[in-house]
Design a protein around this ligand. Structure first.
Ligand SMILES: C[S@@+](CC[C@H](N)C(=O)[O-])C[C@H]1O[C@@H](n2cnc3c(N)ncnc32)[C@H](O)[C@@H]1O
Length: 263
């Protein structure tokens, strides 16, 4: 049986554990996309576990503290706050055009402002605010890239640019993970632009063709089992792995829920 996400159930369950003022502070009742550091990047009631799921995914892929890591559309650091803590200094790169959301994320997740923050000072992340998928600020190649819930909002041209740019910062052993919302060919988005907070969906064949045009292998994978909760999925987006070399999940990855379907 296919599991679905039940946002209302998830939100009500979450609210039971919070005071009224916490609910307000965490924007729990706001719709995704609202101008609030949590709600802007998705349902505010699964901010914690969505970030944790992404983090687990990257760990399962083999992320170590010495790796150089690029997050495309890092938002309010839903994932970034966990990854940054894990990585050695000067290894985390985040692109986020919405500077205010990033600064609010830093303030609310890590405390204090970007200049006065101890974790930022210690970990020396590098941020850029361009919306052209220009990753030149990274200054070379990275070992891992994540673009979670970005291709669920990019039109055709922008998705192409996203993939090309990701590939441009990959070396031969890099692993990139992007998520997309799957659909059949007849419903695959054909428009250009940035759609937000609306979503667009793409067929496997569209994504496979775009990846092939960039010269990388594409593997449709699955989230770790953490995604499957009794009250619904944390995310219904599909994670896709991009590599220059053929890629096979390790036993540890398979047993924690990562498996592949070629697309
Ligand atoms: C759905 S949110 C996901 C944020 C983050 N990846 C996460 O999972 O928490 C999409 C993010 O992409 C950012 N964004 C919009 N246009 C972008 C662009 N051209 N390049 C990079 N990020 C972009 C938005 O500002 C927003 O923070």
């Amino acid at each position: 049986m296919r599991m679905r996400s039940d946002p209302i159930k998830l939100r009500e369950e979450f609210k039971q554990h919070l005071s009224e003022s916490e609910q307000e502070l965490l924007g729990v009742n706001l719709p995704a996309g609202s101008e609030h550091y949590r709600a802007y990047v998705g349902p505010p009631f699964n901010y914690d576990i969505n970030g944790a799921l992404q983090f687990q995914f990257m760990l399962n892929l083999g992320l170590r503290e010495y790796h150089r890591f690029l997050e495309v559309g890092c938002g309010s650091l839903r994932l970034g706050r966990l990854i940054m803590m894990y990585l050695l200094p000067s290894r985390y790169y985040g692109v986020e055009p919405n500077r205010k959301i990033l600064l609010d994320g830093i303030e609310n997740n890590l405390g204090s402002s970007i200049d006065g923050n101890d974790l930022i000072y210690l970990k020396q992340p590098k941020f850029d605010h361009n919306s052209q998928f220009d990753f030149s600020f990274v200054g070379g190649k990275v070992d891992f890239v994540i673009a979670q819930s970005i291709a669920s909002h990019t039109g055709v041209k922008e998705t192409r640019r996203l993939l090309e740019s990701i590939v441009s910062v990959m070396h031969e052993d890099s692993i990139a993970m992007i998520t997309y919302i799957r659909c059949d060919d007849s419903r695959s988005n054909e428009k250009d632009g940035w759609f937000y907070p609306e979503c667009v969906s793409y067929s496997d064949s569209f994504i496979a063709n775009e990846a092939a045009a960039c010269g990388v292998y594409a593997y449709r994978t699955f989230w770790p089992l953490l995604n499957k909760r009794p009250d619904g999925l944390i995310t219904t987006q599909t994670p896709l792995i991009l590599t220059f070399k053929q890629w096979k999940p390790t036993l540890a990855q398979i047993s924690s829920g990562i498996s592949i379907d070629s697309i």
